[in-house]
Design a protein around this ligand. Structure first.
Ligand code: AMP
Ligand code: ZN
Length: 140
């Protein structure tokens, strides 16, 4: 574990965290600078910088925890919805290099935006371009 990783230190209990859920390989705690009441971070207990670094079984457990927590958090803070997101990589806004899933409770009229607000709208792509990107992702 990197000595200076804040999230690893929360896992070991070295620094305090308001833990709300724990499994063998995942743990969830309240964000210290919440975007809304109940803003929670779900992380793998092991240190992995990026989503792709997390082994499949641990990733499945992580997303299982996300799945369980969303309704619990929504009910706990009487929210109308939850935004679920990962800043996966620095260019996406990741500041803590220990992969984590944000669960941000949302309220009708809270003034926040949808997922589509995080990136500038790209120009309408041509069908050929979409076909090519899809084929590349598939590995054709
Ligand atoms: P990101 O920008 O996706 O890397 O998000 C990092 C998140 O970690 C931010 O929302 C911070 O408020 C949160 N954070 C940083 N330090 C702590 C801490 N000690 N305990 C809980 N949350 C933290
Ligand atoms: Zn870490």
């Amino acid at each position: 574990m990197p000595e200076d990783c804040i999230f690893c230190r929360i896992v070991t209990g070295d620094i305090p965290g308001r833990i709300v859920h724990e499994t063998d390989h995942a743990i969830a705690f309240l964000d210290a600078n919440p975007l809304a009441p109940g803003h929670t971070l779900v992380i793998p207990k092991q240190h992995y910088a990026r989503l792709e670094d997390i082994p499949g079984e641990e990733a499945a457990e992580l997303f299982g925890a996300v799945h369980d927590l969303v309704p619990q958090i929504e009910a706990a803070v009487d929210a109308d919805a939850v935004s679920v997101g990962i800043n996966d990589g620095e260019a996406a806004g990741q500041e803590v290099p220990h992969s984590h899933v944000h669960l941000v409770p949302r309220f009708e009229g809270d003034g926040g935006g949808p997922f589509h607000a995080i990136a500038p709208a790209s120009e309408e792509p041509a069908d050929e371009e979409l076909d090519e990107i899809a084929a590349t992702i598939r590995g054709d």
